[in-house]
Design a protein around this ligand. Structure first.
Ligand SMILES: C[S@@+](CC[C@H](N)C(=O)[O-])C[C@H]1O[C@@H](n2cnc3c(N)ncnc32)[C@H](O)[C@@H]1O
Length: 284
């Protein structure tokens, strides 16, 4: 598993510059009060002001810094050197303070430096986890009593369809390994959905020379892992639109950087959100 994760680190290091090439105005956008995060994850997280927030698999930090600008004291963790370097640069350039740690999520959760009021991850996080139960136990241990874990994810049911909405794959389950040619330039493909500060054509025709390895999990497995780690499930929400990315052909704009299926395709869940709490009273 360590070799697979190191390979994923290389794949992410290779793609981050291509992603960033499409986001020229990111620092100015954040400095001017813009936020990249969506109402769905904010609703799951609840109050941010004065809370410590651990953002796992934080990528290049735009969401972490958006949470920080909303009042949270944020630590972002990601395995990619290039992503963490970019996150630190964005923090300096936007003037929004946050701590960024380059680490494998399992290594970080095995010895967290403190406990957190809030732990969040999302939008392509679960698929990088080879052991959901170990992850959930780590999250539960790193949460302060009364703390919350929030997750916003692409719905695995939508992974059953090909880009043209044809039923093509089995429901993801069991952490089945999926090896791809490499992490792609989904920021470029989103055409602005993932670059709210402004979109540039940037790198064209990016081909990642580094393959990557993903793990396929169903919603029930995610929720069961959290419950098995002792967290109390408070919300499981499903959405028939997707924020930011456009994973299918002919998607229709649904406003505010959201996309839904075309009218001739029956609605399927495209995202889901989970909120689970650690029992106990929060120290104020
Ligand atoms: C799709 S991105 C998450 C998107 C992110 N929510 C955002 O706002 O852009 C997935 C991230 O997971 C990170 N990652 C993959 N495997 C990891 C691991 N084992 N430990 C920590 N980070 C990991 C990658 O480097 C990448 O930045």
């Amino acid at each position: 598993m360590e070799a697979l994760r190191e390979q994923n680190r290389r794949s992410w290091n290779a793609v981050v510059p291509a992603h960033q090439s499409h986001r020229p105005g990111q620092a100015a956008f954040l400095r001017a009060g813009g936020r990249s995060v969506f109402p769905e994850e904010l609703a799951l997280l609840g109050e941010l002001a004065g809370r410590s927030l651990l953002h796992l698999l934080c990528n290049a930090g735009q969401d972490s810094l958006s949470f920080a600008a909303l009042g949270a004291q944020v630590t972002g963790v990601d395995i990619s050197d290039a992503a963490i370097e970019q996150a630190r640069r964005l923090s300096a350039e936007s003037g929004i303070a946050a701590e960024f740690v380059r680490a494998d999520v399992y290594d970080f959760l095995a010895a967290p430096p403190r406990s957190y009021d809030l732990i969040y991850c999302g939008y392509g996080a679960i698929c990088w986890l080879h052991d959901l139960e170990l992850f959930a136990r780590g999250v539960a241990a790193a949460l302060a009593p009364g703390g919350r874990f929030a997750l916003m994810e692409f719905h695995p049911a939508s992974n059953m369809f090909d880009a043209n909405w044809r039923l093509a794959h089995s429901y993801p389950a069991g952490g089945t390994l999926l090896t791809l040619d490499g992490v792609g330039d989904y920021v470029g493909a989103a055409g602005g959905g993932l670059s709210p500060g402004g979109f540039a054509e940037g790198v064209a025709g990016f081909v990642n020379p580094e393959p990557c390895h993903l793990f396929r999990w169903g919603v029930g497995e995610v929720v069961s892992a959290l419950a098995g780690a002792g967290l109390v499930l408070r919300a499981l929400r499903e959405f028939t639109y997707v924020n930011g990315e456009r994973p299918f052909e002919r998607m229709e704009p649904a406003g505010e950087r959201r996309w839904r299926q075309p009218d001739d395709v029956p609605a399927i869940p495209l995202m889901y959100g989970v909120m689970a709490e650690k029992l106990g009273s929060r120290n104020t």
